[in-house]
Every structure is written in structure tokens, then in C-alpha cells.
Design a protein around this ligand. Structure first.
Ligand SMILES: *Cc1c(COP(=O)(O)O)cnc(C)c1O
Length: 402
């Protein structure tokens, strides 16, 4: 998946433009910047590639989620529904605006179960946040129907699935708001960076203002600009945007390579009885950054990840016991270990996650293994990797039962 694997001359050239002018900031300094507006150019490139009217770059994917929630006016006591399987940034962003993260089960797509979403809606719910984990997407059509029925905002966390699509639309562009991350391990990188995309002009205006201390960005004198709202600093720098500008040009090539490597491994594993694959919703196209499959039992999955590692099959993840991506290990959230004290709305609104029953999620995540697809592998490396994986799986799965 990671764009850092193929970092090179194009990225260097873009960064050198910025270094030559010395204007490292995205706003102002018009005379000094030799016509280079890397952040603005990257926003234009994102709008074109993602087929949306507006893109707002920010300093990280976490910042993108925070800005998206803020511009949707989510705040104290509002509830945001999100999955038990995600990166911690998803609920960090919700908490940062004072809202309540409501975790619900995932299904065989490893993303939000629409039924669980519907069951979790209350009169405080404001946003449904599907997270397109590991390169594939939530079933967005039923989620959109639910959002329309209840007057909720659909916010896609597409940080791990840039370049995938659903119903012909780029992931991130299907909901009311979509977020990307360009951190160092994502499909394309800026080093650090993120973006909010939307077709909603009001959301965009607020995202533009909120991410830069409330500046309205009207006129040529930054110091004299109006401040219609209170904001914050989530700006991206020109240096980071320059790297991203080179990387977005390469996104589709990266995905072609990922698809090729993914397909070789998948077609080998498909021949093994008892192995099944993560469900990709109808009309969904992955970005192929991971291959995720299920073992028949949790015990076999635990054994597989161990034997993979003993046999040099690296870059595979068993999220069920991973520190970061699954609710079971989020002790800091369960025990509310925050630096500052939570508002009363948050304390009263948060479910006791030490007591929750997410056994439906456990049924899927406990049997799942996700393997990173790398860009730099040679064909021989992919083929021998696939064979190694297949040999391990054949030994572990007792396929007399399948
Ligand atoms: C990486 C990631 C984020 C946060 O992005 P950063 O740029 O690292 O802040 C949010 N959500 C998901 C699903 C991610 O994978």
C-alpha cells in the first residue's frame, strides 16, 4: 500500500520548487512564491480525481475527520456512529469536538453493519461514519438510505481506501463528506497530511475557514481578513503538499500494481478449501491495498498468523489482538483515560464499553487475517509469497471438513 515505497524524482522535483522559492506556507507571500501554489494545485487535482466540487487539504487524516465533523456542526452531546474495527483516529476526532462515539458491530465486509447502525440511532445521532478499512468499503447504499430516512450526515473515513470506488463514484465522494489521510504509510503520502472532500459548498466554506483560525480568505492581506467563526490551525505546509502533488499523479499506477499483486495471491488462496474472503459490496471496487480473508475458526486464525511469521510471511495482521485497530484493545477509551476532563454531555452520553457485547464483530474479526499488498514486490516475490501462504494454510485448515 504505501506510497513511500516509490518515493523518487517526481517528489523531489516538486519539493525543490518550494525550497527554491522558500515559501513554505500555503497562504500569502504571493510575490515570493514564483507562481507555486502546491496546496492549491493538490486540491484541484483531488477535486478532479475524486469528481467532487471541493477539496480542503489539512495537516493529517485525523485533522480531516475533525474538520469534517466541525463543519457539519457536530458538537457537545451529539452522537456519531462508527465501527468497532477502525483506527483510533476515528473516535479521537469525535471526542475532540465533544461528541460521543457510538461503536457498533461490523459484518463480513469488515465495515459497518447497516442493521447495527439502524439499531443504534437515537434522537442525538448526527453522523454515520463508515470506515473503509484495509482498502475495501462499507455498503454505502443502505447506509445512505438510513441517513436520508433519519436526517443524518454520511461521513466516509476513506483514509485507507483512496482510489477505490462504489457505484462508480470514488470512495470519499459518495457521502456528504469524505476524508483522506496522506500520512507516511497510506497509499499515497505527503509525509503528513489529509483532505476533506465534499460537494456541499457550505461545508467547504466552513472547512476552509475552520482549518485556518477562522480566516475567510477574502482579499490579499492575510492580516486584514475577516474571522466569521472561531477556528483552529489544521493547515498543511507547502512542502507536504508538494510531495502529495507528485504522489497523486501516481495513484492510479500504484493501484494497478496493487491489483496485480493482490490478484496473484488471491487466486492462489482461492484454491484452498475452507478459506473465504472479505465480502466486497456489490458495485464496489477495492484499492487492493490489503488482501483480507477468513479462516474457519478463531483458533486457526491465531495459529496462521504465528506460522506466517515463523515462515517469513511478513506484513500480515491479526487485528483481533492488535493494539490499535479493534475495540478489544482500546482500554484508554473504555477507561476514559483522557488528559482533560470530559464535558458532562460526554460523560453521560458515553456507553460503558467495558460492558458492551460486540460478539458479532468478534465472529468476523476473530477469524480474519489481512495482508498488506506492497508495490515494490517483483512477480517472483509475489508468486513465492503466495505459495508460502498457501502451504501454511493447507497445513492448518483441516479441510476434511470443507
Ligand atoms: C490513518 C488513518 C486515519 C488518520 O490519519 P492520520 O493522517 O494518520 O492522522 C484515520 N482513519 C483511518 C481509518 C486511518 O487509517
Amino acid at each position: 500500500m504505501p506510497g513511500f515505497e516509490l518515493f523518487g524524482d517526481k517528489e523531489r522535483e516538486q519539493v525543490n520548487d518550494v525550497l527554491d522559492s522558500g515559501v513554505l506556507m500555503r497562504y500569502g507571500f504571493d510575490g515570493m512564491r514564483n507562481g507555486h501554489w502546491k496546496a492549491k494545485e493538490l486540491e484541484k487535482a483531488l477535486e478532479k480525481r475524486m469528481q467532487v466540487n471541493h477539496a480542503q487539504l489539512v495537516s493529517s487524516g485525523t485533522a480531516a475527520l475533525t474538520v469534517a465533523l466541525a463543519c457539519a456542526k457536530v458538537g457537545a452531546g451529539d452522537e456519531v456512529i462508527l465501527p468497532t474495527f477502525t483506527f483510533v483516529a476515528s473516535f479521537e476526532a469525535v471526542l475532540s469536538v465533544g461528541a460521543v462515539p457510538i461503536l457498533v458491530d461490523v459484518d463480513d465486509t469488515l465495515t459497518l453493519d447497516p442493521l447495527a447502525v439502524e439499531n443504534a440511532i437515537t434522537d442525538k445521532t448526527k453522523v454515520v461514519m463508515p470506515v473503509h478499512m484495509c482498502g475495501s468499503m462499507a455498503d454505502l447504499a443502505p447506509l445512505k438510505v438510513i441517513c436520508e430516512k433519519h436526517g443524518l450526515i454520511l461521513l466516509e473515513d476513506a483514509c485507507q481506501a483512496i482510489g477505490g470506488s462504489y457505484d462508480g463514484k470514488p470512495l470519499g465522494s459518495y457521502g456528504d463528506l469524505g476524508c483522506f489521510s496522506f500520512d507516511y504509510v497510506k497509499t499515497i503520502t505527503c509525509g503528513e497530511g489529509g483532505a476533506v472532500i465534499t460537494n456541499n459548498q457550505e461545508f467547504y466554506k466552513l472547512a476552509d475557514q475552520y482549518s485556518d483560525h477562522g480566516h475567510d480568505h477574502i482579499g490579499k492581506d492575510r492580516g486584514a481578513e475577516g474571522h466569521p467563526i472561531l477556528g483552529y490551525n489544521y493547515r498543511i505546509s507547502e512542502l507536504h503538499a508538494a510531495v502529495g502533488l507528485a504522489q497523486i499523479e501516481r495513484l492510479d499506477d500504484f493501484i494497478t500494481t496493487q491489483k496485480k499483486n493482490y490478484s496473484i495471491i488471491r487466486s492462489t488462496l482461492e484454491k484452498i478449501p475452507g478459506i473465504s474472503f472479505r465480502r466486497v459490496p456489490k458495485n464496489g471496487v477495492e484499492n487492493y491495498s490489503f488482501l483480507s480473508f477468513y479462516l474457519p475458526t478463531e483458533e486457526m486464525a491465531r495459529k496462521t498468523i504465528k506460522v506466517f511469521s515463523e515462515n517469513g510471511v511478513d506484513a500480515c495482521f491479526y487485528w483481533f489482538i492488535n493494539n490499535w485497530h479493534y475495540y478489544r484493545k482500546w482500554e484508554h477509551l473504555k477507561d476514559l483515560n483522557s488528559l482533560n476532563s470530559f464535558s458532562m454531555e460526554l460523560r453521560e452520553g458515553l456507553p460503558n464499553y467495558n460492558m458492551s457485547d460486540f460478539s458479532k464483530s468478534d465472529q468476523w474479526v476473530g477469524r480474519n487475517i489481512s495482508c498488506l499488498i506492497k508495490l515494490g514486490w517483483t512477480d517472483e516475490e509475489v508468486t513465492s509469497r503466495a505459495e508460502k501462504m498457501a502451504n501454511v494454510l493447507r497445513n492448518i485448515v483441516d479441510f476434511s471438513n470443507y
